[in-house]
Design a protein around this ligand. Structure first.
Ligand SMILES: Nc1ncnc2c1ncn2[C@@H]1O[C@H](COP(=O)(O)OP(=O)(O)OP(=O)(O)O)[C@@H](O)[C@H]1O
Ligand SMILES: [Mg+2]
Length: 280
């Protein structure tokens, strides 16, 4: 019994005795001892993160801690060099996949700084992205009526302004419009694991509520969200199941939604001191 427990702990497996199809399954996303560097400088210094389906994880932490780097490494940004560790999604080795293959497997990253794509309309961009993913799964392109229905439904979900129709992706968009478009793309692609990197920054209070409601509507028992944020205010609308604090490339504290409230009052100073002491 103890041995079995140790085994499951070690490999972070969960067993569901009621589940007759699969007796045991690994966490949806499992990040183990992840180290990543850029230009020889180590940014991620051993990240361990277990993501279960149906849950929302908040990642907070001071500027320059490695939050966006973690998101980029997850999405497969090749400027970062993974020197140690593993990332698996439903048991598949993500590190062995190209960024577009990871996207097709269900990884979505909403960028902290969304890029402009001049000359490509939102609809054409989405059509290409969806059909690329369908091709990966051996499916035909999405029929036009289905695509139009989907795009209408998802634009409504995030209250995407009609005046953006026909515009090139992000070109000349305001900060808030860019962030909304990221959430719209997420809604269209229906990922297994969505990482929102400071999607709340630059949003006015109404847009924040719409974006949060969009996330809450997309939440299901088959997906999970990692929400990177500096502010408790987003977490008033999207309740996280787990809050992690990232500092200097490591997760230095984990708690529930109350941890975010506590940090808002106390700041990071004590935690930073403790971590600096531990890893000096
Ligand atoms: N392309 C790059 N070239 C050099 N250094 C980089 C690059 N990208 C990130 N870094 C460095 O990695 C560290 C972590 O950056 P990262 O953007 O991941 O921080 P963050 O936690 O997302 O910060 P913020 O809260 O300000 O968004 C920083 O010191 C940053 O300068
Ligand atoms: Mg960042």
């Amino acid at each position: 019994m103890i041995l079995a427990f140790a085994f499951f702990q070690n490999f972070s497996y969960f067993c569901d005795i009621k589940n007759t199809e699969h007796n045991c399954y690994e966490n949806m996303l499992s990040i183990k001892n992840l180290h990543a560097s850029i230009d020889g400088k180590e940014i991620l210094k051993g990240i361990n993160l277990e993501i279960e389906k149906g849950k929302v994880y908040a990642i907070m932490g001071p500027n320059g801690s490695g939050k966006s780097t973690l998101a980029s490494v997850l999405a497969g940004n090749e400027i970062f060099n993974v020197t140690e560790g593993s990332i698996t999604l439903d048991g598949k080795d993500l590190l062995a996949l190209k960024p577009e293959e990871r996207a097709a497997e269900g990884v979505f990253l909403a960028f902290q700084y969304p890029v402009e794509i001049p000359g490509v309309s939102i609809n054409n961009f989405m059509k290409a992205a969806i059909n690329e993913q369908r091709k990966y799964h051996g499916l035909e392109p999405m029929p036009a009526p289905e695509f139009l229905r989907l795009i209408k439904e998802k634009k409504e979900l995030v209250a995407l302004d009609k005046k953006l129709d026909g515009r090139s992706v992000n070109q000349g968009f305001s900060g808030g419009e860019k962030k909304k478009l990221e959430v719209f793309q997420m809604a269209m692609l229906n990922p297994k694991i969505a990482v929102l990197d400071e999607t709340d920054s630059g949003l006015d209070i109404d847009a924040l509520r719409i974006v949060a409601e969009g996330v809450n509507k997309l939440k299901s028992n088959d997906n999970a969200f990692i929400v990177i944020t500096h502010y408790q205010r987003l977490l008033d609308y999207i309740t996280p199941d787990v809050v992690h604090v990232l500092y200097n490339g490591r997760i230095i504290k984990t708690g529930d939604k109350n941890l975010a409230l506590e940090l808002e009052k106390t700041g990071y100073d004590d935690l930073k001191k403790q971590a600096d002491e531990m890893y000096k």
